[in-house]
Design a protein around this ligand. Structure first.
Ligand code: SAM
Length: 251
């Protein structure tokens, strides 16, 4: 069984009324594309509402602001992006361990954003900015070579063939990543769905801008040294599924 997720086909079907419109908040994905999945889940509690009202405006970034070079109150050594951070456990752990790096988390699911804000607030992190919306819209607005590292961890599997075009990994996003990662920068991808691993590998191997770093099987079976397992990785293990970790370097 594929990963059950906030925006999985299963929940999507159950929550057709919650299906995201073409635009999430102030994001305006290009008219060719739309986002799939839920934009929000169960009712937020008062503390989460307060974070969205008081903390999100301070941390949110408009895609156009990426070019400004002044996203943080300090000059970060590098900028790292996490696409689809879910509830933000990995984003927060990375931001805590790397205070000199500026992090951007991009996630359309409101409840996930609220959960991440709670962790950012609790840990008093100064090096995280949040975009509630579509990663591709964000990447399309980003200047060339902006990011040194991009994470995409356990994207929604969309297992049915007719839904494959809904997958976040697509030819346009590979192109956008090639443009916005600096040479030597890394794209780190994890999935528990073999078919999605193959899908992603094919697209990156076809790109002249990326090199897959694996030399032996253990390289894609073993997570990165400073790995912090995500919520969906825990779900995969509970369901008896292993993971594939793919690392691509921008040439
Ligand atoms: C299966 S969940 C994984 C969450 C988290 N990375 C983890 O491993 O626990 C996939 C996440 O991707 C987000 N997502 C879906 N489409 C997206 C898009 N176009 N841009 C950014 N995030 C997206 C979903 O809202 C969801 O939170």
């Amino acid at each position: 069984m594929p990963t059950a997720c906030a925006v999985s086909p299963e929940t999507d079907a159950r929550n057709a009324g919650d299906r995201m419109p073409a635009s999430v908040d102030s994001d305006s994905p290009s008219p060719r594309r739309r986002l799939y999945g839920r934009s929000r889940g169960k009712a937020l509690h008062a503390g989460q509402e307060r974070l969205l009202e008081q903390v999100l405006p301070r941390l949110t970034i408009a895609p156009e602001a990426l070019a400004s070079g002044s996203l943080f109150s300090f000059a970060p050594r590098e900028l790292w992006l996490e696409i689809g951070f879910g509830s933000g456990e990995h984003l927060i752990a990375q931001a805590k361990s790397n205070p000199e790096v500026g992090f951007i988390g991009c996630e359309p699911f409101l409840n996930g954003v609220a959960a991440a804000l709670s962790g950012i607030d609790r840990e008093k992190l100064m090096n995280v900015r949040i975009r509630r919306g579509d990663a591709q819209t964000l990447l399309e607005a980003a200047p060339e070579g902006l990011f040194s590292r991009v994470f995409m961890l356990y994207p929604d599997p969309w297992p049915k063939r007719r839904h494959h075009k809904r997958r976040v990994v697509s030819d346009p996003i590979v192109e956008a990543l090639a443009r916005t990662l600096r040479p030597g920068g890394e794209f780190r991808f994890a999935t528990d769905i073999d078919d999605y691993a193959g899908w992603t590998l094919r697209r990156f191997l076809a790109s002249p801008f990326f090199r897959w770093t694996a030399a032996r099987a253990d390289d894609w079976r073993t997570p990165w040294p400073e790995w912090r397992p995500t919520r969906y990785e825990a779900k995969a293990r509970k369901a008896g599924r292993g993971s594939v970790y793919l690392n691509f370097v921008r040439l």
